[in-house]
Design a protein. Structure first.
Length: 256
């Protein structure tokens, strides 16, 4: 399809969010990661001030290039302390939370015109760019596996704190964190555990996406459900994470 036919509409809390706003936030987060990498001794070929003066697009591209030079082992070695701090943070959240009760919803509503869910699935099922995970979100550091079988990931959740190493599991029961919307026939339902020790939040750290194919594209309810003691900043911040990730995923697929 032609790129200019593609339209991506996003709503957060009922308010429309433009793609320009999504790119601006992605640029802010890319600069944050570049500064963090520099402080951890990772080679970023810019001064701190030069990073601050990058455009959003330039910051995102610079970060992709830096990450491309790092293996998963490099990332885990350099991020050893931040990953440990993230584990401590989430274990404390788990201890203060109520399992599957009182989950907090971080949701966006997506509407795509000019590109179908079938086309998206075809691209995602093909051989992807080696830097795909980094391309679709500046706070993705590592991803292995698939949404169909489960994933091992390192990412910063909710534009807050440090990257966390997690395992994403496909839900095999009929449990859902909210009542499914019958107008959205396709469902993706799973839960998260910490990779380091298997902390499972009593099943209370989840993703539940619902998708509605249309003749001219598709709609989706994209949502994370986080434990009751999770800071509100993460709940709202992850809306932006979802907006960035799915916008960039669709743009990538529409041009490949």
């Amino acid at each position: 399809m032609m790129k200019d036919q593609l339209q991506i509409g996003i709503k957060m809390n009922g308010q429309t969010v433009s793609q320009e706003q999504v790119t601006l936030v992605a640029g802010y987060r890319a600069k944050h990661v570049l500064h963090a990498m520099q402080s951890l001794g990772i080679d970023v070929p810019l001064t701190a001030s030069a990073i601050n003066y990058l455009s959003s697009a330039a910051a995102i591209q610079q970060l992709i290039e830096v990450k491309a030079q790092l293996s998963p082992a490099d990332i885990k070695a350099k991020y050893q302390q931040p990953l440990a701090a993230a584990d401590d943070f989430w274990r404390a959240v788990a201890q203060r939370s109520n399992g599957r009760e009182q989950l907090q919803e971080s949701r966006i509503d997506l509407s795509v015109t000019g590109f179908s869910m079938q086309q998206l699935q075809k691209v995602l099922g093909s051989e992807l760019d080696a830097n795909f995970a980094a391309r679709i979100n500046p706070e993705h550091f590592y991803s292995d596996g698939s949404v169909a079988t489960g994933q091992h990931i390192i990412e910063t959740f909710g534009c807050f704190g440090e990257p966390t190493e997690m395992d994403l599991h496909v839900e095999t029961t009929d449990y859902t964190p909210v009542e499914p919307d019958p107008n959205y026939p396709l469902k993706m339902n799973g839960y998260t555990t910490l990779h380091s020790d298997g902390t499972d939040f009593d099943g209370g750290f989840r993703a539940f996406h619902q998708i509605k194919p249309r003749e001219d594209g598709f709609g989706a309810i994209l949502a994370a459900y986080v434990p009751s003691a999770t800071p509100k900043e993460i709940v709202s911040g992850h809306q932006w994470h979802l907006a960035i990730e799915f916008s960039e995923m669709i743009k990538y697929a529409a041009t490949h």
